[in-house]
Design a protein. Structure first.
Length: 398
């Protein structure tokens, strides 16, 4: 089996992921659903060994590590193909692969359909910004859009620490140094510590995985850097709780105090199937203000959703608000949005209120339009020039 034509065909089909498994034809994920690529035969062990050899041709040390550990993460690109993030693993003694398509061009906030609160966070010059969501929710693409925005609008030094490097950034206004774990550095923590000595303005960490990485990221944000990273959490309260839970109980009050001071904001997102095809993000945006900082410091995360819902002035929006907007715009089915909501019942109640408001506004607008039309019909027509009485000039001599 020739890997590159297979990947090219998957890209033409609009796939976001390609799965290779022994005894099955390749399977592509399109618009969130998996389907076999029937034009390709079922794969055997030789096919999968050939794929492994192809993707590790330039990194034989990673192939050797895979033979030992059964785990492999890398990026693959060849010829005119886009870049792919690849995970290889063993299951039942055979090799399986998951390929994730990475866009060649970094999309803008508008192209991604992200709310303006995300761009507001990209304007920050210091603090910690977290992008969260489940696997495949678009976290990497959102972070890439933020880095690209900074790169185009500032003259600074950006250091990224990724495993592997996914989207490549050219030097535009900024100097961008991208480091890959396992290739350019041994691990996240060591690379992050070293990054603080590299005169960075912006530091991107692929993922906050443990207490040591989280503590170093908080220290970098405290020291005046802008730190961007991701977490596998579903909403803002869970994100705050997970950050605190990285640390032992005795340290948690101190960590909450630090986070209240350095957490600039959280972007949590979920990808939903769009009516008519494709997918659309539902995005919750929290931008830390005094109220939210107090809630974090006082260990009252249950108050954060209300603070977000009432934070439109700061360009915040809750998941419920984002989902309602998508339903009202006929972009997402009502049941799909309800299933994606954090609380299905609360969402449906809020949606009913929003639908009633929309219907009332449309009735008012309709009456105003009808009234204007009726007025136009009943208004007297202007007098024609020939019907107007002639003007008489006074006799200047009289």
């Amino acid at each position: 089996m020739d890997l590159n034509p297979l990947l090219r065909r998957a890209v033409e089909l609009g796939a976001s992921d390609v799965h290779l498994k022994i005894g099955k034809p390749p399977v592509a994920r399109t618009d969130g659903s998996l389907a076999p690529m029937d034009e390709v035969r079922a794969l055997d062990a030789d096919d999968l060994e050939g794929v492994l050899e192809t993707i590790t041709r330039d990194t034989p040390e990673k192939r050797g590590a895979f033979q030992t550990s059964g785990e492999l993460d890398l990026a693959y690109q060849d010829g005119d193909l886009p870049r792919f993030r690849v995970n290889a693993f063993r299951q039942r003694g055979a090799i399986s692969f998951a390929f994730r398509v990475i866009p060649k061009q970094v999309p803008s906030f508008e192209q991604l359909g992200l709310p303006k609160g995300v761009q507001r966070l990209a304007h920050e010059h210091r603090g910690l910004v977290l992008v969260t969501g489940a696997t495949g929710s678009g976290k990497t693409t959102t972070l890439a859009a933020m880095i690209d925005f900074i790169n185009r609008n500032r003259q600074q030094h950006i250091v990224t620490i990724e495993d592997p490097i996914e989207i490549l950034h050219q030097d535009l206004g900024c100097i961008v140094n991208q480091r890959e774990v396992g290739l350019d550095t041994s691990d996240f923590t060591e690379a992050l510590r070293r990054a603080l000595r590299q005169d960075p303005d912006v530091i991107l960490i692929g993922e906050l995985r443990d207490a040591e990485t989280a503590q170093t990221a908080l220290h970098a944000a405290e020291s005046g850097h802008l730190v961007l990273s991701t977490m596998h959490t579903v909403d803002v309260p869970e994100t705050v709780g997970r950050m605190v839970e990285f640390f032992p109980a005795v340290k948690q009050p101190m960590i909450r105090s630090i986070m209240a001071g350095v957490l600039s904001g959280v972007v949590s997102q979920r990808l939903l199937p769009r009516l008519g095809g494709g997918r659309v993000p539902a995005v919750e945006v929290m931008i830390t203000n005094n109220r939210i900082a107090d809630l974090i410091r006082d260990n009252e995360p249950e108050g954060i959703p209300d603070a977000i819902a009432e934070g439109a002035f700061f360009d915040m929006q809750s998941f419920t608000q984002a989902l309602i907007e998508l339903v009202l715009a006929d972009e997402v089915d009502r049941d799909v949005a309800a299933n994606a909501a954090t609380n299905r019942h609360d969402f449906l109640v809020s949606l009913e209120h929003a639908l009633k408001r929309k219907a009332a506004e449309e009735r008012v607008a309709g009456r105003e339009t009808d009234g204007s039309s009726e007025y136009a019909r009943s208004a007297p027509e202007p007098m024609a020039a020939q019907d107007a009485p002639a003007l008489r000039l006074a006799n200047p001599g009289g």
